[in-house]
Design a protein around this ligand. Structure first.
Ligand code: 4NP
Length: 177
């Protein structure tokens, strides 16, 4: 949410989490995945954005901040921003939290970006499920969202670790070997 992704030639894998407002689900996804990736020593560029502009510049919803804090994750420093066309060019993996997010991303994307856009839970877990919008619901909706995102993050991190391992063992990770 804070840094811009560097250009392709000089960067690590870049992953963008997208929801509607960028104050509930995608900031949680970014924070949770950042923590899980750090545990595994994965070097990634992570960010999140919203389809809508209502909350641009705002911190995450206090319920999202409190939920993350309950699990030892601080997302209070994030600030909402709106998805832009350049995001579709720069990020290797672009995850919508629900199908309407994916549809909005696909509408904005040039054809070459379409293979990099996915429904997050489907890509991570293999189950074609959405992360429900907790904004208008009860506080326990945020705990349910946290659990879904945590499981998906663990599975995605395992997948990416496996890929990094096989790239290393087949010599693709270094241009000097
Ligand atoms: P999010 O939740 O997409 O998970 O950030 C929402 C936040 C705000 C609104 C809708 C959803 N809103 O309509 O303002």
């Amino acid at each position: 949410m804070n840094d811009s992704a560097p250009d392709a030639a000089e960067r690590t894998t870049a992953i963008l989490f997208v929801c509607l407002g960028n104050i509930c689900r995608s900031p949680l996804a970014e924070g949770i995945f950042r923590a899980v990736a750090a545990e595994r020593g994965l070097d990634l560029h992570l960010d999140s954005a919203g389809v809508g502009a209502w909350h641009v510049g705002s911190p995450p919803d206090p319920r999202a901040v409190a939920t993350a804090r309950g699990f030892g994750i601080d997302i209070s420093g994030q600030r909402a921003r709106r998805i832009c066309a350049d995001d579709l060019r720069r990020f290797d993996l672009i995850f919508g939290m629900d199908r309407s997010n994916v549809a909005a991303l696909e509408k904005l994307a040039p054809p070459e970006a379409l293979p990099r856009i996915h429904l997050f839970l489907e890509y991570a877990t293999g189950r074609p499920e959405e992360v429900p919008d907790p904004y208008y619901g009860r506080d326990d909706g945020f705990n349910a969202v946290y659990r879904m995102l945590r499981e998906a993050s663990e599975m995605l991190a395992a997948k990416l670790s496996e890929r990094a391992g096989s790239a290393l063992s087949s010599g693709h990770a270094s241009s000097t070997t």
